[in-house]
Design a protein around this ligand. Structure first.
Ligand SMILES: Nc1ncnc2c1ncn2[C@@H]1O[C@H](COP(=O)(O)OP(=O)(O)O)[C@@H](O)[C@H]1O
Ligand SMILES: [Mg+2]
Length: 254
């Protein structure tokens, strides 16, 4: 069993406090959904989990299986089994996608970066076909000319290949066509069934056609203001964030 615990995390970027005490957990076998209006701090949380040095932890902790990873460099967090897919990934033209996949597997296995691994590449090609990702991505530079949908599928491919303890995906359903959402949703359920803990952000109830969340957190202005179930996602889709916040405020006042 693996567990990622975000404990009272306060984070600053660009000289401004963005996360103001965020706590949440995700464990093996869970699919945890994070919602919240634009600018509420979801991507900041994910970047901080990944270890992006632009995001300064002011207080609180990030624990993997009870051990703090908050001061580890990104590659060590990754080697320990925390995989983070980004909302807007960057392209790395000088590294072929196939080489990056092989390098990632080698890092996880504690091998040399360049150790050949033809078996893994064959597996990656099989997964790509299932995700509807064209085989030519492997010979292209990472992210070079990738469409929005190809980026998202490529990140899920990495997770399926690596089977990390914890998979964090920032809006994996955005920019995808309906087949893409179905393929990514299926992959997310497969990851959790095989023992990964999945934390993802989304804005849309349509993902519920394909995933069954264990738990839903809602963020606003750098804080988690609510924990609930998939009913929360449906209600937010129906009425919008601001009306939803008014509704729960009324309920709290009763
Ligand atoms: N590197 C950064 N420098 C300065 N401000 C940032 C940085 N990253 C995020 N922010 C700010 O933090 C707030 C939360 O952004 P973000 O985490 O991207 O929200 P979300 O993903 O929920 O839409 C926004 O006001 C955004 O402008
Ligand atoms: Mg975001």
């Amino acid at each position: 069993m693996a567990k990622l615990e975000i404990r009272n995390l306060r984070v600053a970027a660009g000289g401004k406090e963005i996360l103001k005490g965020v706590s949440l957990t995700v464990s093996s076998g869970e699919v945890v959904v994070l919602m919240g209006p634009n600018g509420s701090g979801k991507s900041t949380l994910f970047q901080t989990i990944a270890g992006n040095p632009k995001y300064e932890v002011l207080d609180g902790d990030i624990l993997l299986d009870g051990e703090s990873i908050k001061d580890l460099p990104p590659e060590d967090r990754f080697a320990r089994g925390v995989f983070v897919g980004f909302q807007s990934p960057v392209a790395v033209p000088e590294v072929r996608f196939a080489f990056m996949l092989q390098a990632m597997l080698n890092i996880r296995a504690g091998k040399k970066l360049t150790d050949p691994n033809p078996q893994a590449l064959a597996q990656a090609q099989k997964i790509a076909a299932e995700l509807g990702l064209k085989p030519d991505v492997f010979s292209r530079g990472v992210g070079v000319g990738f469409s929005g949908g190809e980026f998202k599928r490529a990140e899920v491919l990495q997770a399926l290949l690596l089977r990390p303890k914890i998979v964090v995906l920032d809006e994996p359903d955005s920019g995808l066509d309906i087949d893409g959402i179905a393929a990514v949703g299926k992959a997310i359920m497969e990851l959790s069934a095989s023992g990964s803990g999945v934390l993802l952000s989304t804005h849309y109830a349509r993902v519920l056609r394909f995933i069954k969340p264990t738990r839903v957190y809602v963020m606003a202005e750098g804080r988690v203001i609510l924990e609930g179930d998939e009913g929360v996602i449906k209600r937010i889709e129906e009425v919008g964030y601001q009306n939803y916040f008014r509704e729960i405020q009324k309920e709290l006042a009763l």
